[in-house]
Ligand binder design. Structure first.
Ligand code: KG4
Ligand code: ZN
Length: 346
């Protein structure tokens, strides 16, 4: 099965062609970072207008790099949530138009589930289906969730952030430190220059079991990153980071708090149940301190760890086409009913 994937949930316009689940024939990503960085974050209207402008040429490029015409595609897969409503609508409308005009099958895909799938596009990784029961971590600008996938089921969230996502925490810190957008790579670069945390300790946001918003979620596997940002702000008020060295120590301590929070939760989850593998996806999975931390937790627990290649950590359409072509797209009877679902959950 050859699937054309379309992704426009946030600020990347992407299209890709994937054969039989895991063979990526092409992956084209047009990033809008230059458009949004003067504003310090993604501006939804600028994002959707840019998707509208770029999506046809990005899709054409994906088809021509794959060496295929539209007639050789079996299905068209598109992200329908979660994400920015106006951005999702551009991709969905485009995909519906293409599918309608060509008579191809249309498949709606969950963006966060697709980030988990991206870990299985790494050469040498087994298919997701051979890695169940799976513990999965999705860490991006909009999401931080720990989920499990059992054979024959969809992912079930065990814990997630109760406020900011991990990537959002990086982005907000970068803004406070005047390092620019997107924050994750800037904080990582600054932290790499530090000799250590300079004695600075930031909180890892533990969640009380009596927190009323928990519902079915496991308090030990949930995150809270908004206090971290507040504590950075008050630290900077008392200790201005006015030299490169001070910025480096603060960035190091801040990154360590996020990495520590994530790795300690994963350690708890891996200790609770026997999983066949740990898979991680999302923009923050590019962070090398996080990669090292997760590798040591997985090693300690004797579980193989699958991480995406750098090109598939952030938003991309290969993960969308891949998930759809392994039969994990939305199962609605009439795919033309797919609607933008900004708060889609598993
Ligand atoms: O998955 P993604 O491209 O988009 C969303 O679905 O949100 O993730 C973007 C997020 C941003 O918050 C960005 O700061 C973060 O991923 N990020 C990183 C790194 N590279 C990107 N965070 C930490 N370290 C990085 N190297
Ligand atoms: Zn994403």
């Amino acid at each position: 099965m050859v699937v054309l994937g379309i992704e426009t949930s946030c600020d990347e316009t992407a299209a890709a062609v994937v054969r039989d689940g895991y063979e990526v024939l092409s992956s084209v990503i047009h990033t809008q970072i230059a458009l949004h960085s003067p504003h310090g974050g993604v501006v939804p209207e600028i994002a959707s207008r840019s998707h509208l402008e770029k999506l046809p040429s990005v899709t054409q490029e994906a088809l021509s790099r794959a060496g295929l015409g539209l007639e050789q595609i079996d299905a068209i897969a598109v992200t329908y949530g979660p994400g920015l409503a106006s951005s999702l609508l551009v991709g969905i409308s485009f995909a519906k138009g293409l599918a309608w005009a060509t008579g191809k099958k249309l498949l709606g895909v969950d963006h966060v589930y697709a980030h988990i799938q991206s870990a299985f596009l790494t050469p040498g990784a087994p298919p997701l289906d051979d890695s169940l029961p799976l513990l999965a971590l999705a860490v991006s600008g909009g999401h931080s969730a720990i989920a499990e996938i059992l054979p024959g089921t969809r992912p079930r969230i065990l814990g997630q952030t109760l406020d900011d996502a991990a990537g959002e925490a990086f982005d907000k810190a970068s803004k406070l430190l005047g390092l620019g957008y997107p924050g994750g790579p800037k904080i990582e670069k600054a932290a790499a220059k530090a000799l250590g945390d300079g004695g600075i300790k930031f909180p890892q946001g533990r969640i009380s079991k009596s927190n009323p918003v928990l519902g079915d979620l496991d308090a030990d596997l949930c995150f809270s990153f908004s206090g971290l940002k507040t504590s950075l702000r008050s630290h900077l008020q008392n200790n201005p980071a006015d030299t490169e060295e001070k910025i480096a120590s603060v960035a190091f301590a801040y990154q360590s708090a996020i990495v520590g929070a994530i790795c300690s939760r994963i350690d708890i989850a891996l200790g609770r149940k026997k999983y066949k593998a740990l898979a991680v996806g999302g923009g923050v999975s590019l962070n090398s301190a996080l990669r090292h931390g997760l590798a040591s937790v997985a090693k300690k627990r004797g579980v193989p760890l699958f991480l995406p290649e750098a090109r598939f950590c952030g938003d991309n359409a290969a993960m969308i086409a891949s998930l759809a072509s392994t039969g994990r797209a939305n199962r609605s009877q009439d795919a033309f009913e797919i609607d933008a679902t900004p708060d889609l959950t598993f």
